[in-house]
Ligand binder design. Structure first.
Ligand code: ZN
Length: 489
């Protein structure tokens, strides 16, 4: 079943692709025909029939050794040779004009894409960067019209899409690795209950995204919500940001925990690691029963990428999700935790390249601790060692990050006031400013020195045990995988 679905998707994608390609080819063909038509029209008005052209043609035809292509080239050359300087100039000018028209069309398409992602200023800036032969965008009607269109769209935006009055009301939803092959995760083995509770299937994730998209949800970066701003007295503090969206849109944040592809998940229907696909974009690998490795959309990264590719208005200025990584079994499916491994250097280098491709693609990273221990229960010393180990082993691969996602969603403090513990100090010393726990509904603090935001799980436990908690997002029966077992805990 799943395999069929995958193949269907691939086929669909390919079809879309080839449809697009056909469209582009058609446009090019029309342009060529226009240019060619003008050219021959021009010749027709300049040349009397049976002129030197024919002589040239005969000469070429007599040369039996030359190939057809060369014949054509010679013919064209000799034709051009017979044109005056002035005539050649006119042809060149025609070609240049056609090329410029196409350039502007491409530019508008690129700017449209930015505007679809709510970056109207970026779209306007891009159009204004056009010089053309005239040296300024402003002489081209179509460019002025495009700018006017973006200005109009921008002027109709409302703060937070009019859906919220404060960033503290935004949802932050999270997932674990998606189950790509239900038959392997839900096989009745001892680990089935864990998967049933904490994991979401590919089917469910797609349904949830579709439903949220239909309801106006727009993915934003956690860094769009609050930023460190310099105050008049020279100090800095975190300040809630304004996000302007079309009316009815609802900003939300998405994260995925434990994107490490742990050993225990092997053979249970999950992706095995993130790799760079043939198109240079991140995708997943999965190991089949016979040991062969297949590449495809087996987890959130490639699935969400594809969804946003189809629906650019689902992402605010290219925002994607946050990938939260532990360190005890390496990162992203690469066992970079073991320096004695014979492939250690290679694994680190490959993981770094994958990270680069993910960042390029809009994905962000968070620490999920090194050893995935309960941050509240462990001692301060343990917590310090764990944090330092993550900084030493994982940070060099993924680069600096200021987001910390608590293992099990357990916060370092239970205070409803302001953090003040040693554990908080340790995290601050290591550059962390955004702290994420878990709660059943949106909750957020923006303090001078940090941001604390809870996340909602959209997993099996939420769907089977607390469906009422999800009612504002979707009806569980609309998204739940028919292949998911009933509650078994
Ligand atoms: Zn976790």
């Amino acid at each position: 079943m799943a395999e069929n679905k995958k193949n269907m998707n691939k086929l669909k994608k390919r079809k879309n692709h080839s449809r697009k390609l056909k469209g582009i080819l058609l446009v090019e063909l029309i342009l060529l025909l226009c240019a060619g038509g003008l050219y021959f029209l021009f010749l027709g008005t300049q040349k009397a029939p049976g002129g030197q052209d024919d002589t040239d043609y005969t000469e070429d035809s007599d040369d039996k050794d030359s190939k057809d292509g060369e014949d054509q080239k010679d013919k064209d050359n000799s034709k051009n040779n017979n044109l005056s300087e002035e005539e050649l100039e006119i042809i060149k000018e025609q070609e240049r004009l056609q090329q410029e028209i196409q350039e502007r069309k491409d530019l508008i398409a690129k700017a449209d894409r930015l505007a679809l992602g709510y970056d109207y200023d970026g779209a306007i800036e891009l159009i204004k960067s056009y010089q053309g032969a005239e040296g300024s965008f402003s002489v081209y009607t179509e460019l002025n019209q495009a700018i006017e269109k973006y200005e109009n769209q921008k002027s109709s935006l409302v703060l937070y899409g009019g859906s919220y009055t404060s960033v503290t009301q935004f949802n932050h939803i999270f997932f674990h690795s998606l189950i790509a092959d239900n038959s392997k995760a839900f096989d009745g083995e001892y680990d089935q209950t864990g998967y049933n509770m904490y994991m979401t299937t590919v089917y469910e994730f797609k349904k949830m995204m579709e439903k949220m998209y239909e309801d106006g949800y727009v993915l934003v970066s956690i860094h769009d919500i609050a930023k460190k701003e310099k105050q008049e007295d020279g100090s800095t503090k975190f300040v809630a940001q304004e996000i302007y969206l079309p009316k009815g849109k609802k900003p939300f944040v998405l994260s995925q925990d434990d994107v490490n592809y742990y050993d225990y998940m092997e053979g249970d229907g999950f992706a095995s690691r993130i790799v760079i696909g043939e198109d240079g974009k991140p995708t997943c690998e999965m190991i089949l029963d016979d040991g062969s490795v297949v590449t495809g959309p087996f987890d959130i990264v490639p699935i969400l990428d594809e969804f946003i590719e189809e629906h650019p208005d689902f992402s605010y200025r290219g925002a994607k999700g946050i990938l939260a990584l532990t360190g005890y079994e390496g990162v992203l499916g690469y066992r970079t935790n073991d320096p004695t491994s014979p492939t250690y250097q290679q694994d680190v280098e490959t993981a770094k390249k994958v990270v680069e491709a993910l960042k390029e693609d809009g994905w962000e990273f968070a620490s999920h601790s090194w050893g995935h221990k309960n941050s509240y229960e462990i001692t301060v010393d343990h917590f310090r060692r764990d944090t330092e180990r993550w900084m030493k082993e994982v940070a060099p691969i993924i680069g600096p990050t200021d987001v910390y996602i608590f293992p099990y969603g357990v916060d370092i403090e239970t205070t409803m006031g302001t953090y003040s513990s040693e554990k908080y100090m340790i995290l601050k010393e290591n550059g962390f400013d955004f702290f994420c726990g878990v709660y059943k509904e949106p909750w957020m603090h923006i303090k001078n020195d940090y941001v604390r935001m809870t996340r909602r799980p959209l997993d099996g436990q939420a769907m089977l045990q607390f469906p009422e908690r999800l009612a504002d997002l979707f009806a569980v029966e609309d998204v739940i995988d028919p292949e998911r077992p009933p509650r078994d805990w």
